[in-house]
Design a protein around this ligand. Sequence first.
Ligand code: DAH
Length: 358
Amino acid sequence: MTELDGLKDELLAQVGAAGDLAGLEEARLAALGKKGRITGFMKDLGALSPEERRERGAALNAVKDAVAEAIERRKAELGRAALDARLQAERVDVTLPVRPEAEGRLHPISQTMDELVAIFAEMGFSVAEGPDVEDDFHNFTALNFPPGHPAREMHDTFYLPDSADGRRMLLRTHTSPVQVRTMLNRKPPIRIIAPGRTYRSDYDMTHTPMFHQVEGLVIDETTHMGHLKGCLIDFCRAFFGIDDLPLRFRPSFFPFTEPSAEVDIGCSRKGGELKLGNYGDWLEILGCGMVHPNVLEACGIDSTRYQGFAFGMGIERIAMLKYGIPDLRTFFEADLRWLKHYGFVPLDVPSVAAGLTR
Ligand code: DAH
């Protein structure tokens, strides 16, 4: 018996000393494997008398059970320790941001266009588009600029070679030709805005040869000047985020609208600093008017039945005012430091409900 007691103690010690699952498996094989110590003793039972065999067999089985049980216990212990170690090592800080913030920034022009679209979409406008390379008809003639009219000269147009079918081609000088394309392609009621690039041969502190405008057009049977005013007042107050921003509609001239107006917003220039709001001074920001009957007719719309308004404004200008960007030319210098400073985080999509900018 002492021999088996010694064996048991020895095997249990081996099991207890196993530092990991691989070590434990080694101890198990050494005890219970085909060539294990207990298995060896079992084989020897055959040489004993039935009496001795029963006694020794029972004793051996007791050792075997004790060792097997110790192995299971150790296995569970080692498993728990391994899990603890893994939990320690693989700990995740769920308060960390999901991924690092994107490096790139949205250009203030893109941001401003997104904001415009968000506000006008809320008022029921959809977005229309037209080509940058236009012909004389869409850019001028259909908009009631007669051939040779001096207003054409004011646009400093970039002309291109005539098209194959003899049309005079140019880079559009404003987004107003999208009005023409929209009216030619759709029946009223029409309610669109058209943001996009425009081109004029001009370059100084306040002019770049490429710039952006947004055009607006509403055509139906009942829209009048009061709607025009309400729409633009709502837009300007929402865009600049100033609830009591005053607007002034000043009579003006455009060939494609009658009557025409230029819109000024309230500001202050005290101390050389420009501030928007109800301060008694004025700053011009856009042109507008009731669509001229000649334009409606040139676009195949019955001017005795339909009427409406249009407006156009420079996107750089309102972006500069809103975001305090002092020099127009910097918009197009592609300077990454400038973009980092004035740009916007791409995932902050502007919406009227959630706020236009962060
Ligand atoms: N197209 C004009 C420009 O570039 C701006 C403008 C004025 C557009 C009045 C309009 C409008 O639709 O009604 O100077």
